[in-house]
Design a protein around this ligand. Structure first.
Ligand code: FES
Length: 159
């Protein structure tokens, strides 16, 4: 039953799962933003049958990723930041960009590159139709961390 699954969740040895919402509601909405554990401003996305979670504010300049389009680049699903169109992979939080193969050769040909992980992504777990996020507590700094301060957290009163 869901009760027995949930008792595992509170086991002190396992990382904390934070309730986000009912899966059916998140699937319907497509995107949900939530201040998790009173400290982390997180965006949970549902796209093509998968759930993803990442810091809500874009690593570049704090853009609001919940308003970005989801597109595929080089076979990888990305959120495109609405502010300056940076592309961030949904699964890993990698920043993707197009590099020029050889600037002296015309026409210019480009290829996709990764800047590495720039956006902190979090783990999503489903337990009995409820969706939980486990915060990624890797001690290695990730660029999106700088927007996880109170002044960027203020949410608009209405959507
Ligand atoms: Fe996201 Fe600039 S703030 S691309």
């Amino acid at each position: 039953s869901s009760t027995s699954s949930l008792s595992l969740v509170s086991s002190p040895s396992s990382p904390a799962l934070h309730f986000i919402g009912k899966k059916e509601d998140i699937v319907r909405a497509g995107r949900v933003t939530k201040l998790v554990n009173g400290c982390r401003d997180v965006l949970v996305l549902y796209h093509q049958g998968q759930l993803y979670a990442m810091d809500r504010r874009c690593y570049h300049s704090g853009g609001e990723l919940q308003n970005g389009d989801i597109e595929e680049f080089n076979g990888r699903l990305c959120i495109v930041c609405p502010w300056h169109k940076y592309k961030i992979t949904l699964a890993e939080g990698e920043g993707l960009y197009q590099a020029v193969e050889n600037p002296t050769v015309k026409p210019i040909r480009t290829y996709w590159c990764s800047k590495g992980v720039k956006q902190r992504v979090h783990k999503v777990t489903e337990v009995g139709g409820n969706i939980f996020v486990t915060l990624n507590d890797s001690s290695k700094p990730i660029e999106s961390d700088v927007y996880q301060v109170e002044k960027y957290r203020t949410m608009p009163e209405s959507k």
